[in-house]
Design a protein around this ligand. Structure first.
Ligand code: GUN
Length: 291
């Protein structure tokens, strides 16, 4: 059994990006610039945003963090996005989700210039992904593909079971795994809350991507011996014995499933770190596309 280590794989991506930025600097060019907007102070979002900013600095990107109050009117956010769309010095724009209830997430996603949409959430970019055209791939599915590539996981002809159909992970993941590409060519089944016989379907999976947001949902008796397990879950579960008062749990019961799998991502230290690698790659791509 191998542990698919997001720390090692993401570092490899970041080392390459850092070198590319150093080359740009040496050629007298400006650094790629990511703008991150956070609305309110959701604890998990704060952590993710801080990590994105820190990782930008590590590889030599410029980043700007814009903080908006949780009570703001939707228009305030839309005007902020418009300003960033029109700012020639900004390559990528990321609005951390979820947003407060008074703000329409879809409207916000569609307000971002598709050329700066490094999250790959804009319908234009999702449409390109579906058609197999070059685009910004949503950072988590992109990161998972980079992880499969780093560990040279053979995917062709395998049955991949994706649990979860979110726009951010499950749906784009299913498209990538079924695409005619080096780490695609799977036969894909997408499962969701209305799927009948979920356990039987999971048992047929050579690859399982668990992205439903339910801690330790995937148990050993749902997994075929030798399966490859990708755990996208990152739920905070209260735990008074933990320093922060919570622990991060994945969607997979790690110990029992690891005993049966041929490869598995840990949580934390797996897919989460790859998400950042995907985002950074998208940002450099946006920079080059716009230069
Ligand atoms: N919230 C959870 N995941 C993501 C992500 O990949 N991008 C953004 N913008 N918000 C998120």
């Amino acid at each position: 059994m191998i542990v698919l280590d997001g720390k090692i794989a993401s570092q490899s991506v970041k080392d390459s990006l850092k070198q590319q930025v150093a080359d740009l600097m040496e050629a007298g060019k400006r650094a790629p610039h990511l703008a991150v907007i956070i609305v309110g102070n959701n604890g998990a979002s704060e952590t993710y945003v801080a990590s994105k900013v820190k990782n930008c600095a590590e590889i030599g990107f410029t980043s700007t963090l814009i903080r908006l109050e949780s009570e703001i009117d939707e228009n305030v956010l839309l005007l902020q996005i418009e300003a960033l769309n029109n700012d020639a010095g900004i390559d990528g724009i990321l609005v951390q989700l979820p947003l407060p209830k008074q703000i329409n997430e879809q409207k916000v996603i569609e307000a971002i210039d598709p050329a700066k949409d490094v999250d790959g959430f804009h319908p234009v970019n999702v449409g390109k992904l579906v058609q197999g055209l070059p685009t910004f791939i949503s950072a988590t599915p992109f990161g998972i593909m980079l992880l499969l590539e780093y560990y040279k996981i053979e995917t062709k002809g395998k049955h991949a079971v994706v649990i979860g159909r979110s726009n951010i992970v499950g749906r784009p993941m299913s498209i990538l795994l079924s695409s005619n590409s080096k780490f695609g060519n799977c036969t894909v089944t997408i499962c969701h809350s209305h799927t009948a016989n979920l356990k039987e379907i999971c048992l047929q999976g050579d690859i399982i991507v668990a992205a439903l947001g339910k801690p330790e949902f995937v148990k050993a008796d749902m997994v075929k011996a030798g399966a490859i397990i990708i755990d996208v879950g990152i739920t905070r579960v209260e735990d008074a014995t933990a320093k922060k008062g919570f622990r991060i749990k994945g969607d997979v019961a790690y110990d029992e499933v690891a005993a049966k799998a041929s490869a598995i991502t840990p949580v934390p230290g797996g897919v989460g770190l790859m998400t950042i690698a995907g985002l950074l790659k998208n940002t450099l791509q946006a920079y080059h596309d716009r230069s």
